[in-house]
Design a protein around this ligand. Structure first.
Ligand code: ITT
Length: 200
């Protein structure tokens, strides 16, 4: 049995990653910050999702001595030159909630016809402060004009996914985990773990 720390304070991400990895990796025990009494924070100073995922995974793996998984993710809107991008969590300022970020995005999109956007996720796995591998995934969609759906988290109620005709907030956890940016990154991570990557 291998133990892996999920280095995230975001309960939405935690739920998705646990659901995804538990389905495919029976020999992995997942711990969260709450299980380890971790309150330390790391500054996300990277310019890319991959850099920030690595900062998180490196930092908490060094702190705990555990194989550690970091996720950095966000929404890139084409007409906004990729914003909010790596600043997705801080788009409406530090301490703002999902609803404030959604309102800010809706205001920024007023009058914009090109609604194309993508979610991007980078996941990094580290041990003893050093990265073993980083994987990323992305999914294309459109920003709608008002919130739809109660599921998911973050910008999900505004992110319409044409192949299913629903927003990400209208999908079940299992449906989102079949097609999301995070699922695409985690699929690669799963293969890496199944091939003994953490034992390296
Ligand atoms: P951790 O750093 O502790 O993991 P965080 O919420 O600060 O938590 P990020 O820095 O990666 O994480 O910010 C990601 C933001 O992007 C997050 O707050 C959401 O607003 C948004 N986001 C990422 N993935 C998303 C998803 O699957 N659905 C909706 N919004 C998402």
């Amino acid at each position: 049995m291998t133990t892996l720390l999920l280095a995230t304070c975001n309960q939405g991400k935690k739920r998705e990653i646990e659901n995804f990895l538990k389905a495919g990796l029976v020999n992995i025990r997942l711990l969260s910050f709450a299980d380890m009494n971790i309150t330390a924070e790391v500054s996300e100073t990277g310019a890319t999702f991959a850099e920030n995922a690595r900062l998180k995974a490196d930092y908490y793996s060094q702190l705990t001595g555990l194989g550690t998984l970091g996720d950095d993710s966000g929404l890139e809107v084409i007409a906004l030159d990729g914003r909010p991008g790596v600043l997705s969590a801080r788009y409406a300022g530090e301490g703002a909630n999902d609803d404030a970020r959604i309102q800010k995005l809706l205001a920024a999109m007023q009058g914009i016809v090109d609604r194309r956007a993508r979610f991007v996720s980078a996941v990094c796995i580290s041990r003893n402060g050093s990265a073993l591998a980083t994987f990323s995934g992305q999914v294309e969609g459109e920003i709608i004009f008002a919130k739809r759906g109660e599921g998911g988290f973050g910008y999900d109620p505004l992110f319409f996914y044409p192949p299913l005709g629903k927003t990400f907030a209208e999908l079940t956890l299992e449906e989102k985990n079949r097609i999301s940016h995070r699922a695409l990154a985690l699929e690669q991570l799963k293969k890496f773990l199944l091939h003994g990557g953490l034992a390296l």
